[in-house]
Design a protein around this ligand. Sequence first.
Ligand code: DX5
Ligand code: ZN
Length: 222
Amino acid sequence: CHTPLILPSLLAADFANVASEVKRAEDAGAKWLHLDVMDGNFVDNISFGPAMVQAVRKHTEMFLDVHLMIHRPDHYLDRFVKAGANNISIHVEAEYNTDVETTLKRIRSSGVQAGLVLNPATPFEAVKPYLGMIDLLLIMTVVPGFGGQAFMEAETMPKLLEAKKYRDTHNLRYHLEVDGGIYVNTAPIAKRHGANLFVCGTSAYGPPDMKVAMEGLAAAVS
Ligand code: DX5
Ligand code: ZN
């Protein structure tokens, strides 16, 4: 089902207090936690790798949604599976030792959900061949690499709607996720265009009371 969910992004948390930041998200009502893995190559920033996913896993039962902003995700895949990821999303624009299709199939055969991601500049056509093999399609609403950027409405919302219409007319099931610049004012726009998973970094972890922030975001998409 496609019930709306707010996913806090750990990228906006205090990295010196990860265990309590994970607990803060859980106590605020989060069911899924979003983890942004950046390699300093596919994107212009370095965040964390499988060791962080494994450390987080020890502190929570939340569903761990791992967003790989890295080249050669197929080379690193098994380490993220072993670390305890529940969903692994790969970018269609990344370089592969094998290819996107082989990697998606490997993710699923590892017993983990498979996600595919497109950058704002990438057309929907680029992911069409893979839509029958994924659990989640992530439409980036900023150029990935950093938290705190502005929602790119004009560049991404038509594509999101296209992905929703395509899913519904082809009897497919993938979740539609948005990531970047999601706040109480932008989340409803993404919802109207078909999103049901809303990644919230700054808007969830930024305010002093995360529970109030999460409730506000949930109300905005209910
Ligand atoms: C962007 C990351 C996002 C980021 C979102 O490169 O993929 O998940 O944490 O941060 P906000 O919500 O602050 O735009
Ligand atoms: Zn992300």
